[in-house]
Ligand binder design. Structure first.
Ligand code: ZN
Ligand code: ZN
Length: 182
């Protein structure tokens, strides 16, 4: 059996991890496992930016993949960046094994709004599917409803759906077949 592994890093509430694993199980033809949580990724902290460098976290995540792991998705709750952007919701190795998403900017509280668990869960699901899509070789899609649409802001995340458009769906299904043959 092949698995998509979810790797919590720091304290991530079980309801988030449970709902995420249920949704991924519906969309991807692999088993879903939630691994034992790691500590918060302090090694990726940048004191000047007061943010965490997501590419550094990806290199650590890869080390936790087993021979049964197809993809491994880290879940953190810290503010992520890559040098060319002010922030990122997540990052993935294109056609690679590791991805990471952060809850930090998905919380309504970050935008000065009331906490909303339902909305947070929905955003986590969309961003996770998006990053895993990159792992399976999908690039950004121009369809605003497609989960592979690039979210410049949280409003784009809310506007898109938590599934692939027809074209992305066709491409990713082909990748699943290739993965089976690999
Ligand atoms: Zn993307
Ligand atoms: Zn698409």
């Amino acid at each position: 059996m092949k698995y998509i592994d979810i790797l919590p890093m720091g304290s991530i509430k079980p309801d988030i991890l449970d709902i995420l694993s249920q949704h991924l199980a519906k969309l991807f033809p692999y088993g879903i496992r939630t691994l034992k949580p790691l500590k918060e990724p302090i090694y990726a902290f940048n004191f000047i930016r007061n943010q965490y460098f997501s590419s550094k976290i990806l290199s650590e995540i890869v080390n936790h993949a087993s021979s049964e792991t197809v993809k491994i998705l880290g879940v953190v709750d810290v503010d992520l960046y890559i040098p060319i952007f002010c922030f990122v919701f997540g990052e993935a190795q294109l056609r690679g094994k590791a991805a990471v998403i952060s809850l930090h900017r998905l919380r309504p509280e970050f935008y000065g709004l009331e906490p909303n668990r339902e909305l947070l869960r929905e955003r986590v699901i969309k961003e996770s599917i998006h990053e895993l899509g990159h792992n399976f070789g999908l690039t950004h899609c121009l369809d605003e409803n497609c989960v592979m649409y690039f979210s410049h802001s949280i409003w784009h995340t809310d506007a898109k759906k938590s599934c692939f458009c027809e074209e992305c769906h066709r491409i990713i299904n082909h990748r699943f077949v290739l993965q089976e043959e690999a």
